[in-house]
Design a protein around this ligand. Structure first.
Ligand SMILES: CC(C)(COP(=O)(O)OP(=O)(O)OC[C@H]1O[C@@H](n2cnc3c(N)ncnc32)[C@H](O)[C@@H]1OP(=O)(O)O)[C@@H](O)C(=O)NCCC(=O)NCCS
Length: 321
């Protein structure tokens, strides 16, 4: 095999990269037609790749075969300390004609990242088995799932013995407790998430301030007069995890759900998720998006059981051992 022509990414590569990205998205939408059709258009794809290229500290590599660009990879650091000394390859940060070439591109781009001390790598990859396999053979593993489903065509009926209703101000103390129960659960094995844990007082103060926010809907599940779980819905634009190519048009968002530990596994989470699905249909959304840590043994089973299909995999690699 002749040596591949791989060079550092430059601004002049943007249009060719956008064409490849639009092609990748066309293939992706064959599996997930609910994803936005907009990015099948090269001009819209160009806006996305340009945004990645213009992010602070962005760098990457481009592959040419003859006169044609047939692959690119772009990464940039995120500021939040939660990700460590990081580089992120966003959904618009890579596209290749031949999946194997992502390994060559990463080989070229990652040298600088690691030289700069950026050893925590993240990449958002469409659910393309061959592409994922190529990333796995770069020592990446699966960390987070992005998923979508259509809104229900008819309302999902309530479950007997369980009341699910919109939250009221009197629920705030238990809502704060439920807010904490997610990072508490995700701090445990096998998630070991480094997410920060607010105090109960901080969580409660935040609820007091934001309770009337019209952009969000909060449901609580009540059994025997006691609130045992909550869920939060909004439009997808409110969820920072789903931007650009992973953000469908006119989508709802299941942004949060938690059930108190003693009440888990009994159908409460399903009922709370279904309340957000029904609400999304009432709001006129076409789809609902959610995401979860794939190491979370509870959410990674609950959300697929509610019909969510994975669209993107966030992969992670920590270099050094
Ligand atoms: C995730 C969570 C909200 C789910 O709520 P829950 O009440 O425990 O879940 P449910 O009992 O309603 O189960 C939901 C579905 O998952 C399925 N499920 C649950 N455990 C399962 C297992 N071990 N294997 C396979 N499926 C499983 C259930 O069977 C159910 O589907 P079904 O109704 O078709 O049978 C809850 O477990 C929780 O609060 N976890 C901690 C916080 C958290 O992870 N929040 C979500 C963040 S994304």
């Amino acid at each position: 095999m002749s040596r591949l022509d791989i060079r550092p990414f430059e601004a002049t590569d943007l249009p060719a990269a956008a064409a490849l990205l639009a092609e990748r998205h066309q293939e992706h939408r064959k599996r997930h037609p609910l994803l936005s059709a907009a990015y099948e258009d090269q001009q819209r794809a160009l806006v996305e790749v340009t945004a990645v290229w213009e992010s602070e500290g962005a760098s990457g590599a481009v592959l040419r075969e003859g006169d044609e660009v047939t692959g690119y990879l772009l990464g940039a650091p995120k500021k939040s300390p939660v990700w460590g000394p990081n580089i992120w390859v966003e959904a618009a940060g890579h596209a290749v004609r031949e999946t194997e070439h992502i390994r060559d591109l990463y080989g070229a781009a990652a040298a600088k990242w690691v030289d700069d001390g950026r050893i925590a790598h993240y990449t958002l990859v469409p659910d393309d088995a061959a592409l994922l396999d190529a990333w796995f053979r770069l020592a990446f593993g699966s960390q987070q799932a992005h998923a979508i489903r259509p809104v229900p065509s008819v309302p999902i009926p309530a479950r007997p013995g369980l009341t699910v209703r919109p939250a009221v101000r009197d629920d705030i103390s238990v809502l704060a407790q439920l807010d904490l129960s997610l990072p508490q659960h995700q701090g445990l094995s096998p998630v070991f998430s480094a997410g920060t844990l607010p105090t109960l007082e901080e969580a409660q103060a935040e609820w007091e301030e934001d309770f009337e926010d019209p952009d969000y809907v909060t449901f609580v599940a009540e059994s025997n007069g006691k609130v045992i779980g909550s869920s939060v819905g909004s439009s997808i634009e409110k969820g920072s995890t789903h931007s650009g190519l992973s953000q469908p048009d006119n989508g709802g968002f299941l942004g949060f759900a938690a059930v108190l530990p003693e009440a888990r596994g009994l159908g409460v989470g399903r009922a709370l998720g279904e309340a957000v699905l029904n609400w999304s249909a009432e709001m006129g959304y076409d789809s609902v998006v959610t995401d979860w840590r794939v190491t979370n043994l509870l959410s990674s089973r609950a959300w697929p059981a509610l019909g969510f299909q994975q669209t993107f995999h966030r992969l992670h690699r920590l270099i050094g051992h």
